[in-house]
Each structure stands twice: as C-alpha cells, then as structure tokens.
Design a protein. Structure first.
Length: 78
C-alpha cells in the first residue's frame, strides 16, 4: 500500500502537469489555431448552400415524416 507522502507527491505532479498543459493550450495553442482557421463566419444563407433543412430531398422525396401517413379527420375525403 503506497504511503501518504508518495500519494501526495503523485497528486501534486499530476496537478502541475495538467496546469501546464491547460496553460499551453490557452496561451500558445488557441492563438495559433486562430491563424490557421481564420475569423469566424456567419453560416451560409439559403442561396449559398442549396435548400435549407426541411426542404425537398433529392429524388423527389418529402422531408416531412408524415408524408406517407394516412390522412384522417373531417377533410380526409373518404
């Protein structure tokens, strides 16, 4: 069974390692990442990206999940 000072030393070493890693990511990596990716953009509009979500699907299918459900109610016609 490990002694208490050894456990505390391992915990301190792991804590300091994680502090260093988080510091590196925040101070070094994120500023460099913004140079590669570029500034944030707004999402493309409908004209730039094709039909919006919920529009017609290729092949003529409908995007509505109830397209094939039987109609019911007073205007069902039958």
């Amino acid at each position: 069974m490990p002694s208490t000072p050894l456990v505390l030393l391992a915990h301190a070493a792991a804590t300091l390692f994680m502090v260093g890693l988080i510091w590196f990511v925040q101070v070094v990596h994120y500023p460099l990442f913004s140079r590669v990716v570029g500034p944030p953009r707004s999402p493309p509009t409908r004209g730039e990206s094709g039909p919006a979500l919920g529009g017609p699907r290729p092949g003529g299918g409908s995007s509505s999940p109830t397209c094939c459900a039987p109609r019911c109610g007073p205007d069902a016609g039958g």
